[in-house]
Design a protein around this ligand. Structure first.
Ligand SMILES: [Zn+2]
Length: 130
């Protein structure tokens, strides 16, 4: 196993395609209010491994509204945590246990954006105002 792959597993990055919560309509029955990107790696605490094979669910890319909705659901709790936590530092990528979970949740959605780096910069700039 090469190092980046190992790191992904260490951080519990998983695909919805391999989870019991994914319905055949491509919805998550456990947490998501929006359709998850079934083949994207994400950090998920609700993941339940399938343990059997089932037909793959077609991936329909999220439209920009769905993607922004997914992003705001993970960015907001992370933002409030960073603002109030004395330990977490996004610039240094140093986080407490809670902050790390929130950081990984946000990263997994951020990876879906073409302008991820730009979006991250905007987030940091906004955070510094508080
Ligand atoms: Zn923290």
């Amino acid at each position: 196993m090469n190092p980046p792959e190992f790191e992904l597993l260490q951080n519990n990055f998983v695909k919805c395609q391999n989870c019991k919560h994914l319905t055949k309509e491509g919805l998550c029955s456990a947490i998501d209010r929006v359709r998850p990107m079934v083949n994207a790696l994400r950090h998920c605490a609700e993941f339940l491994a399938l343990g059997y094979s089932k037909p793959l669910v077609d991936e329909r890319p999220l439209d920009s509204e769905e993607l922004n909705d997914a992003y705001s659901r993970v960015a907001k709790p992370f933002f409030y945590h960073l603002r109030d936590c004395k330990v977490c530092d996004l610039d240094k990528e140093s986080f407490c246990a809670v902050g790390k979970e929130l950081h990984l949740d946000r990263e997994s959605v951020l990876m879906c954006f073409e302008n991820a780096a730009e979006k991250n910069k905007a987030f940091i700039a906004y955070l510094k105002k508080f």
